[in-house]
Design a binder for this molecule. Structure first.
Ligand code: SF4
Length: 339
């Protein structure tokens, strides 16, 4: 049973749909809310034109007022340096278009297939590897599901379907419940995995309707959240993570290693401990995908290995995420040897 103070906060929460339609998209509003001086703002506006600012209020409320270096703010703040050309950073760093057999379907790894369920996101993370992804061509909608379902039905080696996006939990529960029901009719599919940042940025997204379709299916439900810093996991987020775990959903977290945000072992250790408080285990620690506009977040592989080694001394093995990188032609994510 959550403490009374938390319960009253949860009861006062707006619905997830309201929170989603009321995200902060205005740079000045965000600065005012955080009591930050416009005069000291980095040159942001052009970067914002390319990939607009988008921050849910529950996430912005966890930022520290007056602190330009706040690790949550840094993840969403458009900076002029995003527009500087950096060799080796590309529009489609994972070359997903090459593994895109049908609109809305990415089949890169043999046993699992990824469905782009929604092109939208609640938040715009400046380091996102899909910031230039052609969602307009890859948001098939119900009428085109049949082709994707037929593809999965015809490939018996596919045992896992992953809902992705954008953020798949931006889609309605009705749509997700219907799609899940269809997938459950395909005998060789055993697992449904959802990759979403919504449980962190708008935690009220995890409500009874969501839990209903997620736990009523014969498919094994796995939810991979995406959190990069312990400050993202407040009590409201933790309460939802526990709800999921208590209903039998396997909840894991993936993190992107980001310069200036979480590239210290103590920061990552705190995140793992915080996740464990709420029955969530760390899964992957990703090297940044080298997407244009995100070079300032890059951490070298050598430094990532050193951080992970130190992390192993601070935490039990089960709380140390696996350090990985994605390479376009590889048949899986590539683990990086730490020793
Ligand atoms: S796809 Fe994920 S990382 Fe990219 S902007 Fe959306 S929530 Fe952020």
């Amino acid at each position: 049973m959550p403490p009374k103070a938390l319960l009253s906060t949860i009861h006062k929460e707006v619905s997830w749909q309201q929170a989603l339609s009321d995200v902060i998209t205005d740079y000045s509003e965000l600065l005012e809310m955080l009591q930050l001086d416009h005069q000291q703002a980095p040159h942001a506006l052009m970067a914002e034109n390319e990939f607009p600012l988008r921050v849910p209020r529950p996430f912005a409320e966890r930022m520290e007022p007056g602190n330009w270096q706040d690790p949550l703010l840094q993840q969403v703040l458009p900076l002029g340096k995003e527009l500087d050309y950096q060799p080796g950073f590309q529009q489609d760093p994972l070359q997903e278009k090459a593994s895109n057999p049908l609109p809305g379907l990415i089949h890169k790894y043999q046993s699992r297939v990824l469905m782009v369920v929604s092109g939208g996101c609640a938040i715009h993370c400046r380091y996102c590897f899909r910031r230039h992804f052609p969602y307009a061509d890859n948001n098939p909608g119900r009428q085109q599901w049949q082709a994707a379902l037929d593809y999965i039905r015809g490939n018996i080696e596919i045992n896992e379907v992953i809902y992705s996006g954008g953020d798949p939990l931006v889609a309605s529960d009705k749509l997700l419940a219907d799609l899940t029901r269809e997938i459950a009719t395909i005998e060789h599919v055993k697992t449904l995995r959802i990759h979403s940042r919504l449980p962190v940025v708008i935690p009220q997204r995890i409500n009874d309707q969501c839990l209903n379709w997620l736990t009523a299916t014969r498919l094994r439900p796995v939810l991979v959240i995406h959190s990069n810093h312990a400050n993202e996991i407040d009590e409201a987020v933790g309460f939802r993570l526990k709800m999921l775990a208590n209903q039998g959903v396997t909840v894991l977290n993936q993190t992107v290693l980001l310069a200036g945000i979480n590239d210290e072992p103590e920061i990552l250790a705190k995140l793992s401990e915080r996740l464990l408080d709420f029955q969530t285990l760390p899964y992957y620690l990703h090297l940044l995908d080298r997407v244009q506009g995100a070079a300032h977040f890059d951490v070298s592989e050598q430094k990532a290995v050193a951080i992970t080694r130190q992390l192993l001394t601070l935490l039990p093995g089960y709380l140390v995420p696996r350090l990985v990188k994605e390479v376009p032609e590889a048949k899986s994510k590539l683990p990086i040897a730490v020793f």
